[in-house]
Design a protein around this ligand. Structure first.
Ligand SMILES: NC(=O)c1ccc[n+]([C@@H]2O[C@H](COP(=O)([O-])OP(=O)(O)OC[C@H]3O[C@@H](n4cnc5c(N)ncnc54)[C@H](OP(=O)(O)O)[C@@H]3O)[C@@H](O)[C@H]2O)c1
Length: 371
């Protein structure tokens, strides 16, 4: 890949910051970066549809954007779902697209209005769920406010596992439920990346945390600060949980977890599910009918539960949040927020990585290393 070799010097920390405001993307010693490797999704389907292409063009940087030389990108459930057609009402028209939300790497170039980051700095961050050009690439492009400095104590592989999951948890717990010190928080499905982040964010906020998870996750989640971890495969969760809660984050979002979460809340408490129906309804009925239908269903449930239980009901989604990302960075730096990485693959093995997640052969987080 000629570009990567010729452009490499641009990425060193001692080189003065480069700003890209015109059609030039990255200019150094007469080298012009116009393309790179990327994992492309030409059509929806199984892992076999993924293609690692070597000549994917790099779009012009917008003034607020940052070009990141990716070192590691994590695999999120959204990636495998998008590959299978989830969100097709939005993404179909843009095919072929590049998958991937999370990235950790180095700043290779910055747009004209970027002030907080400069070339050579190590950064990590995540794209919002509807971004069309993803991060499975040698070079990812993110808005400045979707990136932050990577703590030196965390490797690129570890850092890439964190932002999308942790920002999802942040959106629910801090922006929606506004959890506070001393409150009781229940995380249904604490064993995954979002659940594990949610436990650590709640503990950092001074909350008392209970969670449900599989048997293998119990010790890890207690070590992360949960006061109670209930094996949902072996125990009666409703019997094991005592008292009521101020907030419930439901990462599973099936009928029985929703019923449990709603019934166990205090009046005025917040139930938040990550399995909102907006995308699936839009995929089924199209944007014109699906979105209004989703809004109507959500409003009906919100009114119903406010009336019957006196609680607030939410579908929560990951959102870019510079303040949240900064707090996440500081917690990582302090060793208070970690998502264990179960296995890494080279980006050239992206099909194997997706297949392993599809077939549930690897329970924890999978990261693709971009060598
Ligand atoms: N709305 C959004 O914006 C948004 C953003 C991110 C993720 N999500 C969704 O949220 C879910 C979690 O994402 P993630 O990244 O954390 O996935 P993940 O890392 O793959 O975690 C999934 C975990 O859920 C646990 N689990 C499965 N069934 C369970 C049950 N009945 N009770 C308790 N735990 C159960 C398992 O943990 P054990 O090993 O302990 O059994 C599994 O490891 C996914 O469905 C994802 O699509 C939504």
């Amino acid at each position: 890949m000629s570009f990567r070799l010729r452009g490499l010097k641009c990425l060193t920390a001692d080189h003065p910051p480069l700003r890209c405001s015109s059609r030039r993307l990255l200019v150094f010693n007469r080298s012009i970066a116009t393309s790179c490797r990327a994992v492309v999704l030409p059509r929806f389907g199984g892992p076999e549809v993924l293609e690692l292409r070597h000549d994917v063009s790099l779009p012009e940087l917008k003034p607020n954007e940052v070009l990141v030389r990716a070192r590691a990108v994590s695999v999120n459930p959204l990636d495998t779902r998008m590959r299978s057609g989830y969100g097709r009402s939005l993404f179909q028209q843009h095919l072929p697209i590049i998958l991937g939300r999370d990235v950790s790497g180095e700043v290779a170039a910055v747009g004209g209005s970027v002030r907080s980051l400069s070339v050579g700095q190590e950064v990590f961050g995540a794209l919002h769920p509807t971004a069309v050009r993803g991060t499975y690439s040698d070079y990812a492009i993110l808005p400045e406010d979707e990136l932050t400095l990577k703590p030196a104590s965390v490797s690129h592989v570890e850092a890439s596992a964190i932002p999308f999951a942790a920002l999802t948890a942040w959106r629910a717990l801090k922006s929606t439920a506004r959890i506070n010190e001393g409150q009781r928080v229940l995380i249904l499905g604490g064993g995954g990346a979002v659940g594990c982040s949610a436990i650590q964010l709640s503990v950092a906020a001074g909350c008392h945390v209970s969670t449900t998870c599989g048997a293998e996750s119990i010790d890890r989640l207690l070590a992360a600060g949960a006061e109670q971890a209930i094996d949902y495969t072996a125990e009666d969760v409703e019997v094991s949980l005592k008292g009521t809660f101020d907030a419930v984050l439901d990462t599973i979002g099936v009928h029985e977890t929703e019923r449990l979460g709603i019934n166990i809340l205090k009046r005025g408490g917040h139930y938040m599910t990550l399995q909102g129906e907006a995308a699936s309804l839009t995929d089924t009925y199209g944007i014109a009918f699906g979105l209004p239908a989703a809004t109507a269903i959500l409003l009906k449930k919100q009114m119903q539960y406010r009336f019957s239980h006196g609680i607030e009901y939410w579908w929560t989604y990951m959102r870019a949040d510079p303040e949240g990302l900064d707090k996440i960075r500081r917690l990582c730096e302090a060793g208070k927020l970690r998502i264990p990485v179960e296995k890494t693959f080279s980006i050239t093995q992206v099909r194997e990585a997706h297949e392993a997640k599809d077939k549930r052969r690897i329970p924890g987080k999978v990261v693709l290393e971009v060598d």
